[in-house]
Design a protein around this ligand. Sequence first.
Ligand code: FPP
Ligand code: MG
Ligand code: MG
Length: 407
Amino acid sequence: DKVIKQLPEPLQLVAKEMKFLTGNLRNLLGSGHPSLDRIAKYYTKSEGKHMRPLIVLLMSRATFACPKSSNSDNITTAAHGRDRGGMMAREREKELGVDQPMSMPSILNDVNPNLLNVGQSPTGSPLTSFAPFPGEGKEDREILPSQRRLAEITELIHTASLLHDDVIDHASARRGSPSANSEFGNKMAVLAGDFLLGRASVALARLRNAEVIELLATVIANLVEGEFMQLKNTAMGEENPGWNKEVLPYYLQKTYLKTASLISKSCRASALLGGADQGTVDAAYLYGKNLGLAFQLVDDMLDWTRSEKELGKPAGADLELGLATAPLLFAWESNSDLGTLVGRRFSEPGDISTAQTIVRQSDGIERTRQLAEDYANQAVMAISDFPDTEAKSALISMAEKTIKRKK
Ligand code: FPP
Ligand code: MG
Ligand code: MG
């Protein structure tokens, strides 16, 4: 317990980078069309927890102290092996324009700028005006400009998925405010999500690192695959209403794709951009994967244990959507009655309250909490070989916070 109290506050270690995050995101999302501009930036107004960028930035700092790769194919990090201070990598990134405002001549500049006057930069088309990194020259030597941009890209992809998710889930609220779909309608919310993905892709391409582009592009596909697994549940469809050994693996695979893929592959990309060696890159990935699984298990548990007021969004929403998550799946193993309800997605009158009664009397919620804790511990174990730095302690602290969070 004493050790835990000594852990640093994660946010403090990357406070400067996090301070600029929202402003940078909004710059990445500037559009010449006033209503697109407004809707695209809508979810950057209500401050989210910014969990993913925080983890990416901490991973960047934690892996700075790790062994470097000698692989010269990794173009932004060539010669980084003997470059502990990151100066050569920084120079190389400058040469590549990783750190440049995105207002330079671009293939996107084929619009008539006279029609557009919102978010216009002094030098370029409003559609390509990406902000430079603030505080140039004074940045943290342990975090490269490309790693800061990666943190922003990760948040953009996450926010895009929320815009689409709220349409699919018919959500009325997010973070205590009206959801984008309820404020602007489904069409606008879907298009805004697509716009975020487009801008994330441009920023990603500007990192000039093919492996990192491949990782984050895979994440976008994984998010859709996870959402499909959730909507079309073949492990517990009408054809197969009995509890079976596919149920939990299917749920965990879905959870990886829907939540852990983004965190794990972003952690991997962060280590790659820093020029880390293979063992470090794999460890970063495993940390993110296990943390992401723990995070979603806790999310699914909170849907059962917290109120709407506490969550800032409707509680018990999963059952309403017909979704069986971990607490119910564990309860189902010992209460076969739940199978019928699962099979018809809790659609008959009384199904939801019956399911609630059975799950609350079972050990499903406790087993979910236990599984989340196991994953959080595995996340910590994954980075046990990292040199002891404050950033490593902060990553351990993030695993703690993930299982202790109440919203
Ligand atoms: C939140 O889950 C949603 C996700 C983690 C991902 C949703 C993915 C898609 C909609 C696929 C397509 C989107 C893109 C941009 C590729 P939740 O509904 O369980 O959580 P919530 O309570 O926060 O709504
Ligand atoms: Mg949702
Ligand atoms: Mg959803």
